[in-house]
Design a protein around this ligand. Structure first.
Ligand SMILES: [Zn+2]
Length: 246
């Protein structure tokens, strides 16, 4: 399956970093692609920017309690997809902005792990897709990640304090942002749809909403991935916009 993952037919992606706003974003957005990359031999790490403490509709649950639950759910989901490590940056859920502080935190992770490929959110609001895809935290995480890839991580003069931590400049080869509007890269996730659903099911706290039936996540994923696949002549697909960093 590695040939489909790498559209150029060039060397495969040895290290892949997924940067998302919330726990559960990697699975919903890129779960099939992550499973496929892992099966092709990539080492994959997650960086989750926020603590997930707004991911619920019961205001009486203490933040610390929800944060712990969601971290556990995220680690379980990552394990199912073959992800090596999950790093939580701990920014407050619902308040994420593409600040220098966030850029520095993501740059630190990029320089530590030195990925070839970074997957993240689009920094642009889509007015065609569902409004939830353009959550302000997603836009902020996408923008900060692109800033971290270029110029921060590759420029040794940016965030010079990171050099003192032994974190040398690193050039990421490619970025794929999840895309509704401008997709130019469709990953065939046919063999990995069930794995994606299994990983999404780990986020139990996110499905305790009135009106959710037990099979709702699976149905949603299959319908959504089938729709994306139609655009590329595939049964099930995830869509990205590829950004070259050359
Ligand atoms: Zn999210």
């Amino acid at each position: 399956m590695a040939d489909n993952v790498n559209p150029d037919g060039s060397e495969r992606y040895e290290r892949v970093m997924v940067v998302s706003a919330h726990p559960d974003d990697p699975e919903f957005g890129f779960g099939g692609t992550i499973a496929k990359l892992a099966a092709a031999g990539s080492v994959i790490e997650y960086v989750i920017c926020t603590d997930g403490c707004q991911g619920g509709e019961d205001p009486t649950v203490p933040d610390a309690e929800l944060r712990a639950v969601r971290e556990g759910e995220q680690r379980a989901a990552a394990e199912i997809l073959g992800v090596r490590q999950v790093t939580f940056l701990g920014f407050r859920d619902g308040s994420l902005m593409p600040t220098l502080e966030l850029r520095r935190a993501i740059t630190r992770e990029i320089r530590r792990f030195r990925p070839d490929l970074v997957l993240t959110h689009s920094p642009l609001r889509s007015i065609n897709g569902a409004i939830g895809a353009s959550h302000p935290d997603h836009l902020a995480a996408g923008e900060a990640t692109l800033c971290a890839v270029y110029p921060d991580a590759r420029n040794p003069r940016a965030f010079r304090e990171l050099l003192a931590e032994g974190l040398e400049a690193h050039r990421v080869r490619e970025v794929w942002v999840g895309s509704v509007d401008g997709a130019d890269h469709f990953v065939d996730i046919g063999p990995y749809v069930e794995r994606k659903i299994e990983a999404i099911r780990c986020h139990v706290s996110q499905f305790q909403k009135p009106g959710w039936e037990p099979d709702a996540p699976a149905r949603w994923v299959r319908e959504r991935m089938r729709k994306v696949g139609e655009r590329a002549g595939l049964e099930y697909a995830e869509a990205f916009k590829r950004i070259s960093t050359a």
